[in-house]
Each structure stands twice: as structure tokens, then as C-alpha cells.
Design a protein around this ligand. Structure first.
Ligand code: UDP
Ligand code: MG
Length: 326
């Protein structure tokens, strides 16, 4: 526990802004965030853009922003590590801020909402997560998201709020705790929920992407969903044995039935090959599914045991420092 000095110093709020091929959005986004933050001249702001291995000219545009405004920091990862890792790299960089706001850079998360978050934080809330009152996404995305949260709700060992992305504000103490979670297959919103402290929702309307296409195609979405469930629940593992018991119970009943037929009505006993065939397929199918479940957890264990660094930074430009690995 730390002893807080009476603060007369200015408080600092850092934005962590993951960027993956957002060249057409960066300028518009940055203008929007400047406009929003201009309303609070009493706070110091830092804008930490994390370039997640974009192949377009996002990085150049970010460095151009930095040339105009020293409050802009740019971290560029050595390749595309995915949104969750980009945000992690940003969070690792901003340990000195009093609060950190994570936000998408495609203008789906409106910058003005982040100012409301700051208000709630000043009122003593440690985590303000933005909860979507409405969203402009496709029916497919909405229904898969619903199904995912429904499943997670039933399986996970923690309560992860619905309709909440990574758009959120975290107090510095929460950021410090989150940074201690070094798992490789990351599901950040689960980690934040796991950390605790005072967390509250702020309702907002999620806009449409300003330009470009989503960086979350179906494959990335499925991996993300699997990380959410596998990372925060061992329920699928435990379900294996439940299913085993259930099937054994049914087989026992069947055995009793067959025995009954044999004793009471031996004439009607049929060879029963169809039943055997169906049963065989059903059981081998179930076994394969269950082996897959075990494999999923084993895979995670393997990745954690390897304990590789989470990401590599190719360029870090912050304040008046600029480090590049060549
Ligand atoms: N993003 C990233 N790495 C990726 C994919 C996306 O840093 O591999 C960033 C992207 O630039 C955006 C945010 O993460 O700021 C959310 O991505 P996107 O808008 O593509 O996801 P969606 O809103 O469709 O879920
Ligand atoms: Mg988006």
C-alpha cells in the first residue's frame, strides 16, 4: 500500500490507442480526440499509439502526428501481434499516468465518451467500462457476440459484463495489477474483471467504423472467444466427466433393458446391429470432441511453459526519446 501525498500536481491521463492499418482514420481520429480533450486544460494528456505491424503507411502518419505534438507517443511492434497484445504493449508503456483509457482508433469508440469516463474516475470509480447501448455492427457480428457472452456467462469463473469491449478507463492501481498478468493468450477484459476494485459501466452508442475494414475477421474472433472461455473457465474440462457419467448411466439402463427382454420375451430379441453401429459412431465422436477439449487446455499449458516474451518492440518514441531496434 502506498501513502498518497496531498496532490497539487497536475494529473495525467494517457490514452492507449492500438492501430492496425488505420491510415485513413488516424488524422480524423486524432482531431476528434484533440477536440474532446481540449475541454480539460487542467489535465495532462498523453496519446500512446501502438502500431501493430500495419503494412499501410499508418506508422508514418503516426510519426507525423508526433512531430507536431510532443504528447503523442508511438510504439511500433515488430509485426502484427493482434489487438490484445497491442493494448498490452501500450499499457506497459504508461506506468506513470494516473489513469489510462483504452480506445479503438477507427472512431467506433467516440472520444467524447472518454471525457465522461474521466468524470466518473474523478468521482472515485477505478474502472469505467463503456457498455454499448446500441451498435452498428452486422447481424452476424451481433448474434455471434451475444452467443459468446451467453456461453462465457455460464462457464466462466468471473463475471464479465455484457456488451463491453476494451473501451475503458483504468486507474493507475488497476493498470499496475493488470500488468502483472503475463499470460500469452490474452483476454484483457477478463483480466480487468478479475482484478477487482470499483468498476462501473458507462452506457454509450457505438458508432460505425469511419473507414477501412475490421481487423477482426472470423478466424481472429473465434480465437479471441476461445481465449476468453479457456482462460477463465475450466468448466469444459469438468464437463467431460459429467458427460462420461451421464453416458455410463444411460448404458447401464440400456443393459438392464436388454437383460429384461432376454428374460421376459426372448423371442423378440433382435440382432441390434443398427444400434451398435449408431452407438459406435456416437461414442467415437464424443471421444474426439473431449480429446479436443483436453487438447485446447494442453495447448495453453504448452504456450505458457514456453514463456516467450509477449511481443517485440521495433520502435518506441516517447517524450523526447526515440529508440529503434535495427
Ligand atoms: N487492431 C490491432 N491489431 C489487430 C486488429 C485490430 O491493433 O490485429 C486495432 C484496430 O486498429 C482498432 C482496434 O484494434 O483500433 C479494433 O479493431 P477493429 O475495429 O478492426 O475491430 P472491431 O471494431 O471490428 O471489433
Ligand atoms: Mg472497429
Amino acid at each position: 500500500m502506498s501513502v498518497t501525498p496531498e496532490r497539487s500536481v497536475r494529473r495525467k491521463v494517457a490514452y492507449v490507442l492500438p492501430v492496425y492499418e488505420e491510415a485513413e482514420n488516424i488524422a480524423v481520429f486524432h482531431d476528434a480526440i484533440l477536440e474532446a480533450t481540449a475541454g480539460r486544460p487542467d489535465l495532462d494528456f498523453e496519446f500512446v499509439y501502438v502500431n501493430d505491424g500495419s503494412r499501410d503507411d499508418s506508422l508514418d502518419r503516426l510519426l507525423a502526428l508526433r512531430a507536431d505534438d510532443p504528447r503523442v507517443s508511438v510504439i511500433s511492434l515488430s509485426r502484427n501481434y493482434g489487438h490484445q497484445m497491442a493494448v498490452t504493449a501500450g499499457l506497459d508503456a504508461v506506468g506513470d499516468a494516473d489513469a489510462v483509457i483504452i480506445m479503438d482508433t477507427d472512431l467506433q469508440d467516440p472520444p467524447r465518451v472518454s471525457m465522461e469516463m474521466i468524470g466518473m474516475w474523478e468521482g472515485g470509480v477505478d474502472v469505467v467500462y463503456a457498455q454499448r447501448r446500441s451498435r452498428q455492427d452486422s447481424v452476424f457480428k451481433r448474434s455471434t457476440a451475444w452467443l459468446f457472452y451467453w456461453t462465457l456467462d455460464r462457464l466462466a469463473s468471473i463475471e464479465i459484463p455484457r456488451n463491453v469491449g476494451d473501451f475503458r478507463l483504468m486507474d493507475r492501481k488497476v493498470v499496475a495489477e493488470v500488468s502483472r498478468y503475463r499470460e500469452h493468450e490474452r483476454f484483457l477484459r477478463g483480466i480487468v474483471a478479475h482484478v477487482g476494485f470499483r468498476q462501473e459501466a458507462l452506457l454509450f452508442d457505438r458508432d460505425q467504423r469511419h473507414a477501412g475494414t475490421t481487423g477482426y475477421p472470423l478466424k481472429k474472433m473465434l480465437k479471441f472467444a476461445a481465449n476468453g472461455i479457456l482462460g477463465f473457465s475450466t468448466m469444459p474440462l469438468r464437463m467431460i466427466s459429467r458427460l462420461g457419467f451421464a453416458i455410463s448411466g444411460i448404458s447401464l439402463l440400456l443393459a438392464l433393458y436388454v437383460f429384461g427382454v432376454r428374460v421376459l420375451d426372448p423371442e423378440s430379441a433382435v440382432p441390434g446391429w443398427a444400434f451398435l453401429g449408431v452407438g459406435m459412431f456416437l461414442l467415437s465422436g464424443l471421444q474426439l470432441i473431449m480429446m479436443g477439449v483436453i487438447g485446447s487446455y494442453l495447448g495453453r499449458v504448452y504456450v505458457e511453459v514456453q514463456d516467450r516474451p509477449l511481443y517485440s518492440v521495433a520502435l518506441a518514441a516517447r517524450g523526447d526519446r526515440r529508440e529503434e531496434s535495427r
